[in-house]
Each structure stands twice: as structure tokens, then as C-alpha cells.
Ligand binder design. Structure first.
Ligand SMILES: [Fe+2]
Length: 319
């Protein structure tokens, strides 16, 4: 093995049997990024200040036990990055920097290095359309039960959070719910959830220096411990993930537009090829609802307001 890989590895506890688990089961790993200069207060403050409007979200959810209610969308104006960080530290909000690589290529380099390492270690794993987003969140903040469309990992850099991961099958995610999610007809956070689902969840205490990669579309929710949390997500596509996406996209389309039922999830054969063609045709027509999302902003981050949230007159932006 290349000596460089051994000494500079990001994942520090990789084992020979992990390739068989990667993507098929939740895999909790240890990484060396908790001490990285890319996630200090100064680095995060700079990212907050330099991110354009379409490069961040700031959200608020009322504090309730269990699954939180719908989140609100806010804006950052007239504050330094360090002031925003202090507001997150003392308030009840989370900031998601969605395109840090566009502000500083070092985050893009990190993303490439991470995936190069996995591709080196997992035979046949070849990823593309990768993305890295940074989450800076208040003590005790929760993220509602949801599934994501691409392959997902969550990396904990500072603080501790509890991550609940549920099986990627019904009843935790139904076939129609998955299709709606892929068609963009279901907001990620509007998935049906019952408290008893927790009895079937894998619960991971993600401490700084830990990460988790879980199976495609696996529902999950997150609860921060009582301190500022800094995490990042990585997401990716592979040919295999894209096949599942195409089949579910076409099935969702056939089911919702043509009232067809009894649709198979097979990714080979004639019906699969017909579905691929359907997915390709539909995606490039105005029927595709995933083109633009509209966000309604109704608060501004304010260090002096309760929970760091000051109500403002609502307005919308789309991206
Ligand atoms: Fe997620």
C-alpha cells in the first residue's frame, strides 16, 4: 500500500471487512478532521460572511420533545461571521453552508480527498456529483425525521449529536413516499413518522471525530447534545444509486400521472430500460417539479432576540 495513504488517511480505523458493509449497512467510522483548520470559528465565520444568499440556509424549529415541528427559513444580515456563531452558540438555530467549495476551494479539495480514500478502499466504488455542506447548529437542536435522495454521510467535527437511523424500507419509508421524495413532491422533512419507529432505529452517539455512512434513502433524525455542534454532510451518486433513482422516478411518474400500480423496482430487463427512457424524457420536460425550490423567509438572525430569531415580514426566494 501507498505510504502516503497510511500516514495521511482521513478515516483512521478502517478494517478489511468494511467494503462489504459500505453502503449496505450503517458504518460508523473514526476520522481525523475534528482538529482541521477548515472548521475553526475563524474559518466558519469567513464562510458565513462570504457565502452568497443561495449558498446558505438558516433555519429555526420550535423546541419540542421528539420530532420537531416544521422548520422556518431565515436570513443573515448585518452581522459578522463571529456574531452569527455566537448567536448559534446561545440560540436555537442552525446554519447550513451549502456550497463551501465555491467560497474556498480547500473544501472542494477535502471532498475530493475523502472520496479518493473511499474509492481506494472500496473495490468498485466510483462516485460523482459529490457535494459537501457544513452544518453549524445550536445546543439541543433537532432535525426532523427525513430521507435524502443521494448517498449520504454525516461527519461530526465539534460537539456531540445523537443520530437515529431507520431501515430504508416500509413502514419507515413507503414506496410511494420514496417516489414522491424523488419526484420532488414531498419535502424531505414531511415524511410520516411515529414515535415507535425509534424501537427499530440504530442510535449512534456521534462525537467529534466520528462519522456515519448509511444505506441509500435510509430515514434518519438528529438531536444535538447541549453544546454548539459543527458537522458536515457528504453526498454522492454512483451508477448503482442512479439506477435506483431512475426506476423510482419513473415508477413515481407512472403511478401519479397514469394511475399505474404494481410497479417493480427491478433495475434490469426490458421494463427497467423502458423506465430509464421515461425518467430521461420526463426530467427534461416542464413536468419535472424539482427544477426550482421556493423558500419563504420570515426571520432574521439577531443576537439580541430570544433564541437568536427576530420575526420579519415574510418574502420568498427561489434557487
Ligand atoms: Fe439528512
Amino acid at each position: 500500500m501507498n505510504m502516503n495513504l497510511i500516514t495521511n488517511q482521513i478515516i483512521t480505523d478502517w478494517k478489511p471487512h468494511y467494503p462489504s458493509l459500505f453502503g449496505n449497512h450503517s458504518l460508523a467510522l473514526t476520522h481525523n478532521l475534528a482538529a482541521s483548520s477548515l472548521f475553526t470559528d475563524e474559518a466558519l465565520a469567513r464562510l458565513i460572511e462570504k457565502s452568497p444568499r443561495e449558498g446558505y440556509h438558516v433555519n429555526y424549529s420550535q423546541k419540542t420533545p421528539g420530532n420537531p415541528p416544521k422548520r422556518r427559513e431565515g436570513e443573515i444580515k448585518g452581522l459578522s461571521g463571529l456574531e452569527v456563531l455566537d448567536t448559534v452558540r446561545n440560540g436555537n438555530i442552525w446554519v447550513n453552508i451549502t456550497a463551501p467549495a465555491k467560497v474556498d476551494s480547500a473544501y472542494g479539495d477535502l471532498l475530493d480527498t475523502i472520496y479518493a480514500e473511499f474509492e481506494e478502499r472500496v473495490p468498485g466504488f466510483k462516485s460523482y456529483k459529490r457535494n459537501l455542506t457544513i452544518l453549524i447548529s445550536s445546543p439541543n437542536v433537532s432535525v426532523k425525521y427525513h430521507s435524502d435522495v443521494p448517498g449520504q454521510s454525516l461527519w461530526q467535527v465539534r460537539g456531540t449529536k445523537k443520530l437515529y437511523v431507520y431501515p430504508a424500507s416500509k413502514p419507515f419509508i413507503s414506496q410511494p413516499a420514496l417516489e414522491k421524495l424523488i419526484l420532488g413532491q414531498l419535502r424531505e422533512t414531511d415524511m410520516p413518522y411515529e414515535p415507535w419507529y425509534d424501537d427499530y432505529a440504530q442510535v449512534h452517539m456521534l462525537e467529534a471525530g466520528k462519522m456515519l455512512h448509511w444505506p441509500l434513502n435510509g430515514p434518519h433524525r438528529v438531536v444535538n447534545e447541549n453544546m454548539l455542534n459543527v458537522s458536515f454532510t457528504t453526498e454522492h451518486w454512483t451508477n448503482e444509486l442512479r439506477k435506483h433513482y431512475a426506476v423510482n422516478y419513473a415508477n413515481g411518474f407512472l403511478r401519479s400521472k397514469l394511475g399505474m400500480n404494481k410497479l417493480s423496482q427491478q433495475v434490469t430487463g426490458a421494463s427497467y430500460l423502458a423506465k430509464l427512457a421515461t425518467a430521461a424524457a420526463v426530467k427534461f420536460t416542464p413536468l419535472n417539479p424539482q427544477k426550482q425550490k421556493v423558500y419563504k423567509v420570515d426571520f432574521q438572525v439577531d443576537p439580541k432576540a430570544p433564541e437568536g430569531v427576530r420575526d420579519i415580514e415574510g418574502y420568498s426566494f427561489s434557487k
